[in-house]
Design a protein around this ligand. Structure first.
Ligand code: XCC
Ligand code: SF4
Length: 631
């Protein structure tokens, strides 16, 4: 175990020690065992797309072969590898969204899948041009809208409906540059086709197609995921919660919900309050049932129910190591295949529920979308029955938790900011107060800080450092995913964090009664960030690329993050990455990402590992944008 990575986090340190005492292995042990990671892979210059390979070309023309057997060079190989990450990331977000829409298609007045936010249902139906969206019976309308949404994945003609939310100039740019995304499945499929042996080799063309696929995630899959989850489960409202592993309760049945999808998680939250389940829990000696969240399933249920946040990506093993978790219930994405082995050292049950993410060594209880509540009860029952199997000598819950404000959907954020200005009826419920704050310079700009943890860097450190530096400079931060959970644990999501902000942001926080860093939800909810940014641009009559806003992923690791970065850049938002993607092997491709795209999308990728330097670059970027706007 390498201790230098852990300085930032006393919890991790204590639990890592416990793990090694108990013979349990963690990601850091495995990272160490891998020794130096593959240099060719790191630079993106290994190709195994066909069976003539694998072909690894040399990063140095003097030192080795420059082409694979088919003749693909560094630029092609790097661009194809990048494109495949975008396709995979887009597929993950979008397939998640499809499941939400399916649930909506199954919704009925009797439940268990129900429409919780009828106003939003009617609003989206209206936006999509459904006739009678104000008058139709709720579930008739829901099913019609769901069918329409399912067609967004596979319709044979046209582009995505939500593109219309973007400023007109941006829509025109997408058309002109031929990157306006069509049906989501089509974009993923056609990009995979383009990267097949003997297909596209032009790296610029591959980038363009990657942007288009990424955009089908941001303005397609992810936006559908967010909006339809809101219709089904409610638009998040601001509320208080708590975060970090100290939210585990020694005297209760602890259930960790991990993964991404709210469908099962919502039902588990309800099942955990079922009198029948509570009775069994009590009969087994527990005080009650404590459901906590991890990664984005955690974000989904904390945003809508205030469910406590146990932790983010790197803490999934730590939670088990506390010895106090009865069950880890997972759906899809970001789940370590190591967890079934890890739980063997403890009494914890590891339950996987999705046929898309069947995990070797799990207890598999398939989520039945026709009987979702029965599945939820079944998994909760495994947990409550397991309470009696606890080994008291192995329980060690870190005594650390943090007050956390959550629930800042676009609607809620707008509502909060209405408090800043003396509300005038005509601007109430619009982004005008927000854009006024930015135009007046009270807020210099805004940063969306998102993404994962990655053991290549000290976990949470880059997230928290960038956020602290930015709020000091009056740049308001919105955050999602594991970055949001890092912020939560560091106390940046509590109202008192305004003391760390510059004068302007502090005053805005005081008046609106919000923290300087706003939790906007899960990773698919980065579409909320697109939404609010588009509203501000529309309100001011400018393009998104004109606004003093940036995207930041300080510690990303997943393919989804590559798709996200691509749609941010495709949308005109300069995007800062603290981990360099596998592109170092092609100077041309890297230059295209960091400079050349300015011509196409009016925004670029920026790679910077040092979070303090990154924050400086962002502040300069934002001031430059302000100057160009003349504000
Ligand atoms: Fe996964 Fe969404 Fe990354 Fe966290 S931030 S490690 S993708 S859970 Ni999306
Ligand atoms: Fe090698 Fe070309 Fe096949 Fe890639 S596609 S493995 S470079 S022969």
């Amino acid at each position: 175990m390498s201790n230098e990575l852990l300085e930032f986090d006393v919890i991790a340190e204590a639990l890592m020690e416990k793990a090694s005492r108990e013979g349990a292995e963690t990601m850091w042990d495995r990272k160490k065992a891998l020794k130096t990671q593959c240099g060719f892979g790191e630079q993106g210059i290994c190709c195994r797309i066909c069976a003539m390979g694998p072909c690894r070309v040399s990063p140095n023309p003097e030192k080795g072969p420059q082409r694979g057997i088919c003749g693909a060079d560094r630029d092609t190989i790097v661009a194809r590898n990048f494109a495949r990450m975008v396709a995979a990331g887009t597929s993950a977000h979008s397939d998640h969204a499809r499941d939400i829409v399916h649930a909506m298609h199954l919704s009925s007045a009797e439940g268990p899948f129900k429409i919780r936010d009828e106003a939003k249902l009617r609003q989206i139906a209206n936006e999509w041009g459904i006739e009678g969206s104000d008058t139709k019976e709720t579930y008739e309308l829901a099913h019609e809208l769901a069918e329409m949404a399912l067609l967004e994945f596979g319709k044979p003609f046209g582009t995505l409906k939500f593109l219309k939310r973007a400023p007109k100039v941006r829509q025109e740019l997408w058309e002109r540059e031929n990157i306006a995304p069509r049906a989501i499945d089509q974009e993923v499929t056609t990009l995979l086709h383009s990267t097949h042996i003997g297909c596209a080799s032009d790296y610029e063309s591959l980038m363009r197609r990657s942007l288009r696929t990424g955009l089908s995630d941001g303005w397609g899959g992810s936006m559908i995921g967010t909006e339809f989850s809101d219709i089904m489960y409610g638009v998040p409202q601001e509320r208080a919660s708590e975060s970090n592993l100290g939210v585990l309760d020694e005297e209760s049945v602890n259930i960790v919900l991990h993964g991404h999808d709210p469908n099962l998680a919502e039902m588990v939250v309800v099942a955990s309050k079922d009198p029948e389940m509570l009775e069994i829990a009590k009969a087994n000696g527990a005080k009650g049932i404590n459901v906590v969240g991890m990664c984005c399933t955690g974000n989904e249920v904390t945003m809508r129910h205030g469910i406590k946040i146990a932790g983010n990506f790197y803490q999934q093993e730590m939670a088990v190591i506390t010895g106090a978790v009865e069950a880890v219930i997972v759906d899809v994405q970001c789940i370590f295949p190591a967890l079934p082995n890890l739980v063997d050292h403890y009494h914890t049950r590891f339950i996987s529920t999705s046929p898309k993410a069947k995990i070797a060594g799990d207890l598999y209880i398939e989520f039945d979308e026709h009987n979702p509540y029965e599945t939820a009860k079944e998994v909760v029952k495994v947990a409550v029955d397991n309470y009696k199997n606890r080994d008291a000598s192995k329980i060690e819950i870190p005594d650390l938790k943090q007050d956390t404000m959550i629930g800042y959907s676009v609607e809620t954020t707008i509502g909060c900011l209405d408090r800043v200005v003396n509300t005038q009826v005509d601007i109430e419920g619009t982004v005008k107060p927000l854009s006024d704050l930015i135009w007046a310079g009270v807020l210099r700009g805004a940063a969306g800080i998102v993404g994962c943890n990655n053991p290549k860097t000290e976990h949470d450190y880059s997230h928290v450092t960038v956020m602290k530096e930015l709020i000091k400079n009056d740049i308001i931060c919105v955050t999602t995913g594991c970055a949001a959970q890092a912020a939560a644990k560091a106390g940046l999501l509590q109202l008192e964090a305004k003391e760390l902000a510059g004068r302007g942001l502090k005053e805005a926080c005081e008046r609106a009664n919000i923290p300087p860093v706003l939790h906007m939800g899960s990773c698919v909810d980065i579409s909320r960030i697109l939404d609010i940014v588009a509203r501000v641009a529309n309100e001011r009559g400018v393009d998104i690329s004109d606004l003093p806003v940036v995207g930041v992923a300080p510690e990303w690791m997943s393919e989804k993050a590559v798709a996200i970065a691509s749609y941010c850049v495709g949308s005109g938002i300069n995007t800062y990455l603290g981990i360099v993607p596998y592109v170092d092997g092609s100077e041309n491709f890297k230059k295209l990402m960091t400079e050349g795209l300015m011509e196409t999308t009016k925004s670029v990728f920026v790679f910077e590992k040092d979070p303090v330097v990154m924050a400086d670059l962002i502040a300069d970027d934002i001031e430059e944008k302000r100057k160009n706007l003349g504000i």
